[in-house]
Design a protein around this ligand. Sequence first.
Ligand code: ARG
Ligand code: ZN
Length: 878
Amino acid sequence: MYRETPHPIHLKDYRPPEFLIDRVELRFELDPECTRVESRLALRRNPAATRGDGDLRLHGEHLKLTQAAIDGHVLTPAEYRVDGEGLTLHRVPDRFSLETWVEIHPSLNTALEGLYQSGDLLCTQCEAEGFRRITYFLDRPDVMARYTTTLIADRTRFPVLLSNGNPIAHAELPDGRHSVTWDDPFPKPSYLFALVAGDLSVIEDGFVTASGRDVKLRIFVEPHNLDKGDHAMRSLKKAMRWDEERFGREYDLDIYMIVAVSHFNMGAMENKGLNVFNDKFVLAHPDTATDVDFDGIESVIAHEYFHNWTGNRITCRDWFQLSLKEGFTVYRDQEFSSDVGSRAVKRIRDVRTLRAHQFPEDAGPLAHPVRPDSYIEINNFYTNTVYDKGAEVVRMQAALLGPETFRRATDLYFERHDGQAVTTEDFVRCMEDASGRDLTRFRRWYEQAGTPELHIRGEYDATAGTYSLSVRQQTPATPGQPVKQPFHIPLAIGLLGADGHDLPVWPAGESEPPAPGTRLLELTEPEHSFTFTGLNERPVPSLLRGFSAPVRVHDDLSDADRMFLMAHDSDGFNRWDAAQTLHERLLLALTADAAHPIPEDYIAACRRALRDTTADRALLAEVLTLPSETYLSDQMTVIDVDGLYRAHRQLTRRLGERLRADLLAVHHDNAETGPYVFSPEAVGRRALKNLALAYLVRAGDEEGLALCRAQFEAAHNMTDVMAALRLLAEQGGAEADAALDTFHRRWAGESLVLDKWFSVQASAPRPDALERVMMLLKHPDYSARNPNRVRALVSTFSNVNQVRFHAADGAGYHFLVDRVLELDPVNPLLAARLLKPLVRWRRFDPERQTLMRAELERVLGGRDLSSDVFEVVSKALA
Ligand code: ARG
Ligand code: ZN
């Protein structure tokens, strides 16, 4: 909690640490009410740092210091000073041992940073700055040390005691306690420290690395979840193999552990050798988890595993470099999912996320570069920009270098920087050194915020047989960056002939035509013009194939061109994107004018797609999914909440009516036959079937509704059950309530399933949605202490249920701010995240702007705001 205005931290002020820590010995006497932490640090002056005033300042928050000693001599109060930020030791030697004894209170730790209690477990979350809530330390990522950790606790309550590295000793103690000592041979920053204590069951397996080393794999869960860990284990082994094959990276310890906990602020955490996970990303059983859950688990398990190299072996010098590990690791998990599933579908989903969340962030008051240059609270910078745009920035470098050179560049990065804390600049330099390319302009992707806009015009010259593309780039201003320099943009294009096949993309001036297919153009200037030759027909251009850069494209294609691309483009992503643009243009036209005609050829194109039995069903489901209201709202100058909702319903209903017979056939032909399997094929089948069901039910089709009821009652997997329940809940009335009751009774003991029960009600756009959400706040199963539950109810309502959250009377806004103010003293990280939908207030009509702004001001008027919430609100209002 801050009292005065919190001050921003700037990248330009970075200084190397004045002291280094080589060894850390920790001893925990664990107890939920009061845990004692004894620490012995081997400190020395950093030869690479400029000498300061001779004092040593260690970070520490919410700690009760009972004693401190230097080289065995207990300090008197005159020799140190403790304040809200830490411990200052006056005039210390150049090399010494520091011992401290502190007390902390895990059961009172509701912020879930540092050591906290989750149910009957004790666990930690130290990234970014949680270690300072455990003991006094130089809690910054460029201080890397070797840790030995002894955990002491009651044997019955805490039979399992885990920390980083390998277990080296255990002992039974006389008073019913026991102790385990762990040693981590790899130097690490404090944010990768972890411990877990509790009564846990374990799923065990093994993995033999490429070089023949045996690794024990252990997934720890609460005993009643023992049947839900197999998918996570399979995913882990797949990820380990993939990283060896694709990036040449092997695991380096004898044991790899994952613990599932039910109270967790984020997705998961890559602590060295001991990942701690939000249980939502570990636990899966076909009865309780949907395909989306299975998918999420596979990618988060992989993500945290990949961090072992991109994050742990090579870490960040400071938190401005967060994307060094997160952007690269997201890129790696995306590639993994593409390789084990469908590349086009994975790309579509990632781009959907980027456009729905990162683009608005980049266009709003919280816009920041992939490598930010200042922050107030680092927890606010675990953003779509740092993660997802950061991954795009790595992806573009991979595209510019080509696969073999990119692999040489990452090999160089791993070799050159192993064991170091480095910067995004070090990463780019490896790309340059391995390729011989100059990426000076490319670096702007790390430095400049904002989404570039490409304006592309094509012209065919029949006499010369040439086709010219003129491309102009322009990037809107963002806070603090009024003028943008041009970006280095890889633009992948294809040219389609009248028969739908790829033509050679043959630049005038090159002597030989290339093989037909995709060509990568590079933009570095504000404007370019490209001429292609050898064309005796007007081609249809396929632009930005595979979404080769995170930009917005404005082109001059006709709807007919898009329908052509939708049917023929060899690039699966662009087939989808052409369909999306068609849906989008129509939805925006309907938003402006409900009487706008829905063209027959558009319906025909959708029908053709639906009837295409040769295509990947998952891809078809994506093609026929309309863009979300959230995404569409970002395409409007002034967001028309009600108009968008109406247009969305109108088009959905029309498609449901017009395609009725085909939809019924699709639902029938893709019915579940055997037991649940999680395979790309089966997932695609369920996705298409449930999309068909949704169109039918939303069109008010009686047969569709009957199928939906039957599916809810008979389905043997949660994917199909949830798809039906969602539609029933949307319909409302007694039948919906009965279904919700049945579901609640059936799953009363399953916390992750109850989250679904909350979120399905929060997202249903019924007129009484807010009332229902408010009632659910009082439900005995609701708890503001569990972030998953808060997200399921509050974030789902405010992020997904656009039309009800943005109700014209402002009740949705008022509700959200009540929750933020209530939650801020409990869990500031979560409270700050809840505010996100209000940050875009300037995009709405004047009446809503006034209401949203007033609510943001109400937050700012709150007493003792956290720095997390303060930063978001003050920037939103600036
Ligand atoms: N490094 C984690 C990941 O893999 C995220 C942890 C962030 N936690 C936090 N409290 N800011 O994505
Ligand atoms: Zn990560």
